[in-house]
Design a protein around this ligand. Structure first.
Ligand code: GLN
Length: 382
């Protein structure tokens, strides 16, 4: 027998797949895996159909369709005040997940260390370990998920090669403030550390706050791979299309990897997105209000329930504390909620290397109002 020695021996199936599968098995309302149950703009889908039928079906250029890269550069300039060169600093990728993998692969060598903030999205650590790197986890806790920057400073050493950050943060809904930017600046000062900024929820920031993209800051942008997702912005997670913005030398190395992983990204979608960004450049500015209303609706519907909630600051996820209901582990509780009460959620402990003692689950509120109402009715009965 051939002996297949796994490079990811401790990885199981992702929690999103596990919970969505369980939801389907039990006919539960699926508030687990993060995806909208509604479609994105009709005009965008019409542009896709048009390009499919008008000859845009062959390989796109390695870095992406020039028109789309230009639209992205214009958007970044408008939002974050940074002039990025669409020819040398933007790469279109098949989803943000691949962009994260390529960025990590571009800089992490065997034995290098990478810092992440738990609860941390589940693709980060495998991206590091497949490159022979070591992940250092900084634990942050419910409800405010404050980062202790002295702890981060103490975790940094000469092998630290990258810090991966995610704001707004999945699964906890934390949005970075100026104190985090200041903390980050302090810990990387004088060190050769790259930054991976996962900003896929950039447009879902609530209560009048602004998204502090690392691209806003000259010194930080100079060492940042910033990663974005069209799937999140246009309610089309199944399209698997995103992009990475990084200074030219970093993008060159990124492309060296990307060309051997996927070569290039789906062509007709790139043309459709370029058209849509040109025709409706304000669409993304509607998302914060759109999702804040859903957050508030869901929050008010759950008011009579035994779940404790503090409104999410960003993303389309809402955490809820179930300690008034049960002291079960969150994985057992999430499974029972799905089976017995017909609502699927995501347990949060799986996003920690060392889960703290807390009883919280994640709800996705990127759903039609009726879905949220039906789910809330079930939840209030628990
Ligand atoms: N990003 C989505 C979430 O957090 C899941 C994506 C996936 O299923 N891999 O729920």
């Amino acid at each position: 027998m051939l002996d297949l020695k796994s490079k990811l021996p401790s990885a199981g199936t992702t929690i999103f797949t596990v919970m969505s599968r369980m939801a389907a098995e039990h006919g539960a309302i699926n508030l687990s895996q993060g995806f909208p149950d509604f479609d994105g703009p009709q005009a965008l889908r019409d542009r896709l159909t048009w390009h499919l039928n008008n000859g845009h079906n062959q390989y796109a250029p390695l870095a992406g369709v020039p028109d789309l890269r230009q639209q992205i550069a214009a958007k970044i300039h408008a939002l974050y005040g940074r002039a990025v060169n669409p020819d040398t600093e933007v790469t279109i990728t098949p989803g943000a997940t691949e962009a994260i993998f390529c960025a990590v692969t571009a800089v992490v060598h065997p034995g290098d260390e990478v810092i992440v903030f738990d609860p941390c999205y589940d693709t980060y650590e495998p991206s590091v370990s497949l490159n022979g790197g070591i992940t250092r986890h900084i634990t942050t806790r419910y409800p405010d998920f404050r980062i202790d920057w002295d702890e981060v400073a103490a975790a940094i050493n000469d092998r630290t090669r990258m810090i991966m950050l995610n704001s707004p943060q999945n699964p906890c809904g934390k949005v970075w403030g100026e104190e985090d930017i200041a903390g980050l600046r302090r810990v990387i000062a004088g060190r050769k550390i790259w930054l991976l900024a996962d900003e896929v929820y950039e447009h879902m920031v609530f209560d009048g706050q602004s998204h502090l993209s690392l691209l806003r800051y000259e010194d930080l942008a100079a060492r940042t791979f910033a990663v974005y997702s069209f799937g999140k912005t246009f309610h089309a997670t199944g399209w698997r299309i995103g992009y990475c913005v990084a200074p030219a030398a970093m993008t060159a190395e990124f492309l060296r990897i990307h060309q051997f992983i996927n070569f290039s990204t789906n062509t007709p979608m790139q043309y459709a997105l370029a058209d849509f960004l040109k025709d409706e450049p304000g669409f993304h500015n509607t998302l914060a209000a759109f999702f804040q209303r859903k957050r508030d609706l869901f929050g008010s519907l759950l008011q009579g329930s035994r779940f404790g909630m503090q409104p999410s600051s960003g993303t389309y996820f809402q955490l809820a504390d179930y300690s008034a209901i049960s002291d079960e582990a969150d994985t057992a509780f999430a499974a029972r909620l799905t089976r017995e009460h017909g609502v699927a959620v995501i347990p949060v402990s799986v996003f920690y290397a060392a889960p703290p003692e807390q009883h919280i689950v994640r709800f996705c509120f990127a759903k039609g109002d009726d879905t949220l109402r039906n789910a809330a009715e079930r939840i209030r009965g628990i």
